[in-house]
Design a protein around this ligand. Structure first.
Ligand code: SAH
Length: 259
């Protein structure tokens, strides 16, 4: 495989984690969008248990904790993200209501029907949308909510260049109505869906990625793996700017029903 076609999977994970740990969020999103998604959820009280799966460094989890009652467990595969999560929680005085732990989304440490809310921004793709919906459902109480953001197609047809890019990166990407049908089939009532505004990509993601890129290249000047990984990054933004009417991130909010 030529360098041009190298994917993120082929680089040293520690380097990748270090790069992304210099960002407040590791994917597109914003505090406003987290709050908007939360506005559809009406079952939370002080005793509620919430999980944020694939929480990263916890940018969205801190917002959640500041705007919802209950206790939050953030789970992420990468210990360095979880360390930053717990540091941020402490800095905001939220350590009594939230805790970051290292764990994997395919083997969650929860009891059946224990959770009131499952949150997951830009992370479910790691096990796949349908699998996540099906496997995580058992941890939710009946009437509990799931709120997930996930990349989605906005149209049935799209140019080959962007189609090929996504088929290579994440072939499970689908249209909004197809995702909503999966939600219903998995035993939830689809409560709301909305498309994340463009500033979640431009301001909150690409601009911060550029800042992280400068810090990183400064530190790793001359490191071939680091430079190769960085060389890939502008492609994501280039494609987004060119094809943003065909895809983006979508928030899906749904409620667990008895099957
Ligand atoms: N929710 C955060 C991070 C999104 S990036 C945000 O919106 O900013 C996706 C996250 O999923 C990364 O932090 C990555 O470390 C985590 N991840 C990847 N595979 C995982 C797994 N199997 N279990 C738990 N977390 C995982």
């Amino acid at each position: 495989m030529s360098d041009k076609n190298k994917t993120i999977h082929e680089f040293d994970f520690n380097l990748i984690c270090e790069f992304f740990s210099n960002m407040e969020r590791q994917g597109p999103g914003s505090p406003e969008v987290t709050i908007r998604a939360l506005s559809f959820i009406d079952n939370l009280i002080d005793k509620s248990l919430i999980a944020d799966i694939g929480c990263g460094t916890g940018g969205q989890t801190m917002v959640l904790a500041q705007h919802a009652p209950g206790s939050i467990t953030g789970i992420d595969l990468f210990p360095s993200f979880v360390d930053i999560f717990n540091r941020n929680a402490g800095r905001l005085g939220l350590q009594d209501r939230m805790k970051g732990i290292v764990g994997s989304m395919d083997n969650l440490p929860f009891q059946d029907e224990e959770l009131d809310l499952i949150w997951s921004e830009g992370a479910i793709y790691n096990i796949g949308f349908e699998r996540g919906l099906n496997e995580w459902r058992k941890y939710l109480k009946t009437g509990g909510y799931i709120a997930i953001s996930e990349s989605s197609w906005f149209t049935d047809e799209r140019p080959a260049e962007i189609n090929d890019y996504w088929m290579d990166a994440y072939p499970e990407i689908d249209t909004i109505p197809n995702q909503v049908a999966r939600i219903q089939k998995a035993g939830y009532i689809p409560v709301a869906t909305f498309i994340l505004p463009e500033n979640c990509w431009t301001e909150h993601y690409f601009a911060r990625k550029e800042a992280a890129r400068e810090i990183f290249l400064d530190k790793y000047a001359g490191n071939k793996a680091a430079e190769e990984f960085m060389a890939l990054q502008p492609r994501e933004e280039e494609l987004y700017r060119k094809y943003k009417e065909f895809y983006g991130y979508v928030f899906f909010i749904a409620k667990k029903v008895e099957l």
